[in-house]
Design a protein around this ligand. Structure first.
Ligand code: NI
Length: 229
């Protein structure tokens, strides 16, 4: 399931991120790629262990942990420190079809996670560049994603995906992974749908409606049933 989460960062925050990132030294994106993806990866990234990447990454994680839609969809256990990349048209940057590594380790914190979900947070507006679509394959076919700056997409890390060549301008994004408390994608999807329906009922009937209270109990009991921590 692909889930878009709008307005994770404000336009002011995006502008601030971009100003800071413009002043940074970028390195070859293949330095963090796995063996297969290194063959098809052509982009640049901020050095993952740099102070600036960590500071910006922490701001993203803070925004995520205050975002109800993100929390409901991802039910995160561990969020990997966000990374930052850019695709520059004049360098012909793109990222061919690949699957993300199943396990990621962070050198600085020692954190190791199973990558259940991949996240791309867009930091360029769609009219700043041509191409650069994130294409994600799932059971229902292939989906092209290009979101406004500050919005993100969550997708199963197990899916084949690619970034089409950027043919004009620069595409800047943050990307990272997370391990969910709910490992099974189907179960996580059911819990998200249930939560979305409960929130709509709460709007209509109030938080103290007896059936809404029962459904909220079922929601928590399903998490309890499926949680792996
Ligand atoms: Ni990837």
């Amino acid at each position: 399931m692909l889930i878009c989460v709008p307005e994770v960062l404000s336009k002011a925050d995006v502008g601030d991120f971009r100003r800071i990132m413009d002043g940074c030294a970028w390195e070859d994106g293949r330095l963090t790629a796995g063996a297969q993806s290194a063959l098809v990866k052509s982009n640049e990234q901020l050095p993952p262990d740099s102070e600036v990447a960590r500071k910006l990454g922490n701001r993203i994680v803070s925004a995520l942990t205050a975002n109800p839609r993100f929390l409901s969809a991802a039910i995160p256990l561990h969020i990997f420190p966000p990374l930052f990349n850019r695709y520059v048209a004049s360098d012909g940057h793109h990222f061919g079809v690949h699957v993300d590594n199943a396990v990621r380790g962070d050198r600085l914190t020692g954190l190791r996670i199973r990558t259940d979900l991949s996240v791309t947070l867009f930091l360029s507006e769609p009219d700043e560049y041509d191409g650069g679509e994130l294409v994600i394959e799932d059971l229902y076919g292939s989906h092209e994603i290009k979101l406004p700056a500050g919005h993100l997409v969550l997708y199963p890390a197990s899916s084949l995906h690619l970034v089409t060549p950027v043919t004009r301008g620069v595409r800047v994004a943050s990307f990272f992974w997370l391990q969910s408390i709910i490992r099974d994608a189907q179960a996580r999807s059911l819990i998200f749908d249930l939560d979305t329906a409960i929130q709509a009922l709460v709007e209509r009937l109030g938080r103290d409606d007896p059936e809404t209270v029962k459904l909220s109990g079922i929601y928590h009991n399903l998490i309890r049933h499926w949680a792996e921590m």
